[in-house]
Design a protein around this ligand. Structure first.
Ligand code: SF4
Length: 311
């Protein structure tokens, strides 16, 4: 439970009142600050949230995450009004890939299908054959009828997929495509926490570099991380992903302990949302996510192809 100041409590009360009065459902990503996870109606990873949003009857959603996630939500829920507290919550990894880069690689490797991590912009998804998540990337690439794929924008997830599928995975854009939060995890970090917590299981996200992944006990997406402590007897876990994940794990598994692999594993872009701008967003019903029809229609195809190949 988070200790709150009087000002924070006041904002929380106002947010809850406004949410009811204006008829919004609040969806928050697992990496949001704890206070925002606690006021959300639903928390989860980006794709879980986008899919769940299609089942919500309410047609007004306040989304707490970064911009590519809000875009995916809009693509899968085009008739819903989706607002975000700030338009400046972007993802540097998603922005490292552009449609021009994809077109260049497609010219060089015309036979290779394009698989894009959902952590990519809508403008890039237009040029993809499939999207994937960190949870299903290995399955999606295994099932595609090709031994070579163009994969982006995360080079680390790409190397994990290559390792698990044995296929030729060409990273796009290449060396510059990575999540700065996960890419910081090193073999040294893993060895250090192993010494500090010898009985703990170390869980790491596949967006992390191979040298760190190879020393961990389990590799999984945030959704998979939420399931692992349920089936494992360990009482302590080291979590190799954005630190916001610890809040959700602690709330779910109250008899187990969770420590971050690195205290500084913080995504500044995810932390741009706070109680004040969430309150203002609801009050003014801004900022609405709008995408051109044509982009939404084309970007939806690789997402639906992913759902289909995973059936
Ligand atoms: S955690 Fe990494 S991938 Fe996720 S929004 Fe932040 S920078 Fe992007």
């Amino acid at each position: 439970m988070i200790n709150q100041t009087a000002i924070e409590r006041d904002f929380i009360e106002k947010i809850i009142e406004l949410k009811k009065e204006k008829g919004y459902t609040i969806l928050a990503h697992n990496y949001q600050i704890g206070e925002l996870q606690d006021i959300a109606d639903i928390t989860g990873d980006s794709l879980q949230l986008a899919r769940l949003a299609t089942e919500i009857e309410n047609d007004k959603i306040l989304f707490l995450g970064v911009d590519f996630m809000a875009e995916t939500l809009k693509i899968l829920n085009p008739s819903k009004k989706i607002i975000v507290p700030t338009k400046g919550s972007t993802c540097p990894m998603a922005n490292s890939l552009t449609p021009e880069i994809i077109k260049e690689f497609k010219e060089k490797y015309p036979e290779a299908p394009v698989v894009l991590y959902v952590n990519s912009t809508a403008a890039c998804k237009v040029y993809a054959d499939y999207t994937c998540t960190s949870a299903n990337a290995v399955d999606v690439v295994s099932k595609i009828d090709s031994d070579i794929v163009l994969f982006g924008p995360d080079k680390n997830l790409g190397s994990y997929v290559a390792e698990k599928t044995g296929k030729k995975v060409i990273p796009i854009p290449g060396d510059t495509g990575y999540c700065y939060v996960h890419n910081r995890f090193s073999a040294e970090d893993v060895k250090k926490v192993r010494e500090e917590h010898p009985d703990a299981k170390i869980i790491i996200h596949p967006e992390s570099p191979k040298e760190a992944r190879d020393l961990c006990d389990y590799i999984g997406s945030t959704g998979q991380m939420m399931k692992f402590p349920e089936t494992d007897d360990a009482k302590e876990f080291i979590i190799g992903t954005e630190v916001g994940m610890i809040h959700k794990l602690e709330n779910t598994f109250k008899d187990k302990k969770f420590y971050p692999l690195k205290e500084l594993a913080i995504c500044n872009n995810m932390k741009k949302n706070n109680l004040k701008n969430v309150y203002l967003s609801l009050l003014n019903e801004e900022h609405e996510i709008e995408l051109p029809e044509e982009i939404m229609e084309k970007a939806k195809i690789p997402i639906l192809n992913m759902f289909k190949i995973m059936e």
